[in-house]
Structure formats: structure tokens, C-alpha cells
Design a protein around this ligand. Structure first.
Ligand SMILES: Cc1ncc(COP(=O)(O)O)c(C=O)c1O
Length: 325
């Protein structure tokens, strides 16, 4: 089913799974493991590489020559889209929120190195500006292909259904059983795909998204719709409802991309115990949530909990001052 979809190879798969013994010991909780989607290989990696393998294949089929996408100034998705375009011999145009910052660091530096054309949207709707950019590029004779926020449409989310099949096969080969998978959730493609992949592969344990920006009330209906549309896209006769999605929205802190003490602690603890970097916006927040849940006794010491690392580490550099203050 998933194998029949057009796919352009952009990353290195399967990504590794390994234990986090020192972090587990420090927390005195369950045995923690990590799946390294920060190592997908596309210009410092991240979860969007999996979605882009399917999105770029579709763009190529439609004979597009430019990928357009939208995001926050430090968007990991935008950076991976620019890298995917470079790998596939396409151009890229990124519509980013706000205005051009004086300091071009983190993902913005990489966008520039990857030769993305950046359009600053100010406070306007990203989708509205992207539609205008598409018109402008078409008028120039380019053939744009529009990728939504986070690559979260049925074509992109199929990448995470495939990721779940990859994970289940790895767990089986290594004779490992996991009680929960925990990860950062935002635009929904990762979680919808994982839950669809779980249904396809028979994985029945927890798939827990820690929201970095939306309330569960807002996100769950979007996840249901996207999972249903993705199932239809891949030709699977599966229907989802709200009960299929577990979203924890208790760790929204000061809002999207506002790093607080919890994220700062998670970043340092993970780096110092495991030599593993998480980012201030997504994986740092999700890990901070997981740490808090462990401290609150949510998981038993004999359980295996997998933290699915979704990337984002270039954003660390954009937070250098706050991280070292
Ligand atoms: C590092 C990182 N983790 C997690 C996510 C969330 O993934 P999704 O948007 O598919 O929910 C993102 C989205 O941009 C991200 O950049």
C-alpha cells in the first residue's frame, strides 16, 4: 500500500534506535530509548525529511521546478524543504512569518546556504502570501509546488505511516517491546501518520503527542481529519475518531517558540547525560513534558518508553543567549 506510493529518496533509513541509560537512571523512571529522526540526514535531519520523500516525488510527477512552503522564522520544515529541493535539483521559496532578523543564525542561516529564496510575511497570513508568491513565480516562468505548513497533508503524513512500519519492524528484529512512544506534535502530520501506521502494523501501545503549541481540543479534530484523509490517500479502509489520538497540552509554557525553564533543563539534562541534543521549540518541550510525566509517576520503572526525536537542533543556535544566560 505505502510501497506503491511515489517516493524520492532523500534520507537515511531506518534511523537508529538506542537506549538512554544515564538519563533513565537520573530520572529513576522507565527505561528510555530514542529513535533518531534527528539523523535522517537531510541538512541536519529532522522529521520533515520523511514527509518530503513523498511530497518531492509528487512535485516531480507534476513537473514542478520550485518547492514553496511556509513556516516560523526558525522553521525546521522550511530548512529541510530547501535542502530537499537542492537534492532533487529544484529551487525553493520559503514564506516565513515576521521580518528579516538582523542575526541570520540557526535555520535561517542554513536556508540561505541552501539557496532558498526567502519572503518575509510580516503579520500577514502565511498561506495568503504563499499564494501570491506562487503567482509571482509562475509569472517569472517557474512551476511552483506548494507544500503546506509542516508538510502536513495526506501526501506528507504518509511518510510517518511508513515511519511507524519501519519502527515496528526494528522493534521486532531487536526483540524489543515499547509501552509508549512520546514525541513533539504541532501541525499533525507526524502524529496522524504514526497513528495510521500503528493501525496498519498492529502496534497497540501508547502514541503520545506532547503538543508544543495547540490545545488538545484544537489539535485532535485536525489529527482525525488528516489521518482519515491519509488513510484514503494510501488506499487503507480505516476510519479514525478522536479516541485514537492522545495529545497532552499541559506543556505549552509561554507559547510557541518561547523557551522556559522546563525546556532549558531538558536540553541541558539530555546533553549532559547522553551527549544528545534536543531543540528549544519542539523536542526540548516534548522531552521536558516526558521528564515531568516520569517525575509524576506516569510510567512504571519496568516499562520501556521511546522518545521519538524529531530533529530541530539548528534552532539551538538561535537561542544561544537565552541558553547561556
Ligand atoms: C523538530 C520538530 N519536531 C516536531 C515537529 C512537529 O511535527 P508535526 O508538525 O508533524 O506535528 C516539528 C514541526 O515543525 C519540528 O520541526
Amino acid at each position: 500500500m505505502l510501497n506503491a506510493l511515489p517516493r524520492t529518496s532523500l534520507g537515511f533509513f531506518p534511523t537508529p534506535i538506542h537506549p538512554l541509560p544515564h538519563l533513565s537512571a537520573r530520572l529513576g523512571g522507565p527505561t528510555l530509548w530514542v529513535k533518531r529522526d534527528d539523523q535522517t540526514g537531510l541538512a541536519t535531519g529532522g522529521n520533515k525529511t520523511r514527509k518530503l520523500e513523498f511530497l518531492v516525488a509528487d512535485a516531480l510527477q507534476q513537473r514542478a521546478d520550485t518547492l514553496i512552503t511556509v513556516g516560523a522564522p526558525q522553521s525546521n520544515h522550511a530548512r529541510q524543504t530547501a535542502a530537499a529541493a537542492a537534492r532533487a535539483g529544484l529551487k525553493s521559496a520559503l514564506v516565513l512569518r515576521g521580518t528579516s532578523p538582523a542575526d541570520r543564525t540557526g535555520n535561517i542561516l542554513l536556508d540561505d546556504l541552501l539557496d532558498a529564496e526567502i519572503f518575509w510575511a510580516g503579520t500577514r497570513s502565511l498561506d495568503e502570501v504563499a499564494a501570491e508568491v506562487a503567482e509571482e513565480l509562475s509569472a517569472r516562468g517557474q512551476r511552483p509546488y506548494l507544500i503546506p505548513l509542516g508538510g502536513s497533508n495526506p501526501i506528507g503524513a504518509a511518510g510517518y505511516a511508513a515511519a511507524m512500519l519501519e519502527f515496528v519492524a526494528q522493534a521486532k528484529t531487536s526483540d524489543l517491546c515499547f509501552d509508549a512512544i512520546v514525541f513533539a506534535t504541532s501541525s499533525g502530520g507526524t502524529q496522524s501518520g504514526l497513528v495510521l501506521g500503528a493501525k496498519l502494523s498492529g502496534y497497540v501501545d501508547r502514541v503520545l503527542g506532547i503538543s508544543v503549541d495547540h490545545t488538545a481540543d484544537h489539535l485532535v479534530p485536525l489529527l482525525v481529519d488528516l489521518a482519515n484523509a491519509t488513510a484514503q490517500h494510501i488506499g487503507a479502509a480505516i476510519t479514525f475518531s478522536a479516541q485514537d489520538f492522545e495529545v497532552n497540552d499541559q506543556y505549552l509554557g509561554g507559547g510557541y517558540a518561547v523557551m522556559g525553564e522546563a525546556e532549558r533543563e531538558a536540553i541541558r539534562l539530555c546533553a549532559q547525560t547522553e551527549g544528545l541534543l534536543v531543540d528549544p521549540v519542539y523536542t526540548g518541550r516534548a522531552l521536558a513534558g516526558l521528564i515531568d510525566l516520569i517525575r509524576a509517576g506516569e510510567f512504571k520503572p519496568e516499562q520501556n518508553v521511546l522518545f521519538w526525536h524529531t530533529g530541530g537542533t539548528p534552532a539551538l543556535f538561535a537561542y544561544a543567549q537565552q541558553l547561556t544566560a
